[in-house]
Design a protein around this ligand. Sequence first.
Ligand code: GCU
Length: 435
Amino acid sequence: MTPRPCLICVAALLAVGTGRAAPAPAITVESQVPPYTLPDPLVCADGTPVRDAATWRAKRRPELLELFAEHEYGRTPAGRPAAMHWAVTSLDRAALGGKATRKEVTIWFTAKSDGPQMHLLIYQPNGLRAPPPVFLGLNFFGNHTVNADPGIALAQPFVFYDVEHYRPAPADTPVTSEQRGVHAAKWQIETVIARGYATATAWCNDLCPDRGDSLLGAVPALFATGSSEDRKDDAWGALGAWAWGLSRALDYIESDPELDAKRVAVHGFSRLGKAADWAAAQDERFAMLVSFESGQGGAALSKRFYGETVAIINGKFFYWFAKNFRRYNDNEAALPIDQHELMALIAPRPLYVSSADGDQWSDPRGEFLGAKGAEPVYRLFGEAGLGVEEMPGLNTPVGDTIGYHDRTGKHDVTDYDWACVLDFAGRQLKREKKS
Ligand code: GCU
């Protein structure tokens, strides 16, 4: 989560060490959006029209997943490592003033205790008669930043960031209690608990650090990915590894009888929203997706060429996507897919997309159109989708199985965003399951 960049600086930032050409400048004026054509989610590559849910499931859905893996996010290794195992490392049944149980779980991806591992923090409401549904998402700066609860283990190795500017702090920055809960407002854990949901989170750094050399370590190294430049053209990047980790967290949740693994809403903000989108598209065990300002490579249409473009994101974040995605730098028209089809891969599960008006870099209209473009697939399942033709006004949540709002204010996750999402989840995730 970096600050919205000065658009003139973007070209200069790009290609540091990569030798790639400067991307075309970003546009943030609607009238300058060039004409574009979106691929039809309901037409297969061989031209076969998709007229029913069975054809979608058997033919078009696998085809689209394959296209997204090959051209954009890279391929995800199948399943979980055979030696993966976990243990609950701490348990407090009287957390958050007695309202919740706090659990910490370490998931080791290999048999080695010092091998790649993920630390899952879970809060679940006390006093419920049935296991609660769960909100699961990755965090940017360590579990101890999502709530001021002093019982949360401090993230290790400690890489604290300058919260205002989202920069790493100097290496010798001491761990202090002030660093606890610095992102609490983005997580609203007390509110989520009070509404009857558990919340689970892990630090993205456990899976793949968010920096250029990260594909040589952690989970990418486990699968011998190679460096950002040496890997295969369709090998995954950081987004793929983060998405993979979300599925491994769900593996644990499935084993925990105190949580309802059939009702897990995966969520993410910004770059971690892109990861949540890709996780939910691939892994149908996720019952719902919440995509907070995921922008380019998330819910926003690439072909609109508005705000952050493919060339800009690949220039600065060359380790997030597959190398193949670079073929579409300033060449979005050639992309065989667009992000409405990623949103369509969530169907018929509930999907919520949120934008912020002050975050034109993420392209709020492009995010709305990404959600809107998924509707034809939801209709195949008899689901209404957004139910509106035009982008709603500010602070006006809309939608049925697909929810959307565009909030006033900056790139962020706020109490307003959570209030809308919790209302939507109440209707969509807590409702009785259709038999
Ligand atoms: C940058 C990047 C975005 C990303 C955001 C974030 O602004 O360009 O693609 O979503 O950081 O993760 O906060």
